[in-house]
Design a protein around this ligand. Structure first.
Ligand code: BT5
Length: 330
């Protein structure tokens, strides 16, 4: 039953324009009455479906409500999110996926929550995750990589998010090293990568994605409103959260598989294409000094490469970068 409905959504999605009841009934090997019944079930789940005589059916809009069903139906991935859990409220999706990893859950397991009451950023910082307004999701990865390459996964995930935003809208996302997704200089998304490693081999990675989607200006916490925004604020329109999650999962699978097959080079290229202030001059401070440098790109170990005014190149692992006008400090 459920897999028929999943196939049905896939057929509706693939079709540009209408698909006839007969075509659906042939492809799914069910009666036309059964097709009609499934359509009614989809409507109950929040899909808006247009039915036109002699033409057939078309999805007009996707449900806003997140559920395991609305996330999995129409998700045409091979491994990403095929094992997926949705919760109304959690402390942090990271913590749940760590537990699942220890229980042996597979590569590509995904946990999504409507709300996190203790969302985590890097270095024990907080991540605001208000109910129903964004994507609060963690992905379990079991890459066959040495721990030293783990930063590449964060960089790769950032390119996935940037690509998804560019494909789904007219926005021009940028990636601010190492892990922030910016639109119009403001942070709309952050990535948190946590790893368990042993004997020079990654056991598993929990890759958390937080994305502000449908907050209005007044719903961005005051203390971050100068530097944070949402896709809705920046694009001026509402985004379907389930559909956006699916786009991320789809894009993630494609990019990850390519990365495993071909290595870091393509990720580097994509990252630098979206890189914030790449090719521009910024001020950098470390414990020892402060200097002006042009950002050049990223390195396979995750470092940011910069060139000072005398032409010396330096790799930065942790430095305070003064991003200048419109930006904010790392
Ligand atoms: C990050 O940390 O940007 C990583 C965020 C990862 C969140 C996801 S949600 C799903 C999964 N479950 C979790 O518990 N976490 C992951 P960092 O670069 O340290 O940025 C944190 C800083 O961003 C905070 O100190 C605030 O200044 C700011 N911030 C907090 N909430 C924000 C939000 N919703 N939007 C934009 N900025 C925010």
């Amino acid at each position: 039953m459920e897999s028929t409905r999943k196939q049905l959504i896939e057929l509706l999605e693939k079709q540009e324009g209408y698909i006839s009841g007969q075509q659906l009934s042939d492809s799914l090997q069910i009666s036309r009455t059964a097709v009609w019944k499934h359509m009614n079930e989809l409507k109950k789940d929040g899909y808006e479906i247009e039915a036109v005589q002699r033409k057939g059916y078309k999805i007009v809009s996707y449900p806003d409500k997140i559920s395991t069903n609305t996330l999995q139906w129409g998700l045409d991935t091979k491994w990403m999110g095929q094992n997926l859990y949705h919760y109304d409220q959690v402390e942090s999706t990271q913590q749940i996926v760590h537990e699942m990893a220890k229980q042996g859950m597979p590569h590509g397991t995904v946990v999504v929550a409507d709300e996190q009451v203790r969302g985590k950023g890097r270095m024990a910082r907080n991540w605001h995750s208000p109910k129903g307004k964004g994507i609060w999701m963690s992905i379990l990865l079991r890459p066959n990589l040495p721990p030293i390459q783990a930063p590449q996964l964060t960089l790769m995930a950032a390119t996935v998010l940037a690509k998804m935003i560019s494909e789904e809208s007219d926005l021009k996302p940028q990636i601010k090293w190492p892990n922030d997704l910016l639109v119009h200089h403001k942070k709309v998304s952050g990535i948190l990568t946590e790893m368990q490693a042993e004997h020079d081999q990654i056991q598993y990675v929990v890759l958390g994605i937080g994305m502000n989607v449908n907050q209005d200006l007044s719903e961005i916490q005051q203390e971050i409103s100068h530097k944070a925004s949402s896709l809705k604020i920046e694009s001026g329109s509402h985004w379907s959260i389930p559909k956006t999650i699916q786009s991320i999962l789809r894009q993630f699978e494609i990019t990850y598989d390519q990365y495993v097959k071909e290595g870091f080079q393509q990720v580097k290229k994509e990252w630098e294409r979206y890189g914030y202030k790449i090719g521009e001059e910024v001020t950098i401070s470390t414990m020892k000094k402060t200097w002006e440098a042009t950002l050049i790109g990223i390195e396979p170990d995750g470092a940011l490469k910069a060139r000072d005014r005398s032409g010396n190149e330096e790799k930065l692992y942790s430095a305070e970068i003064h991003w200048g006008e419109g930006g904010y400090h790392a």
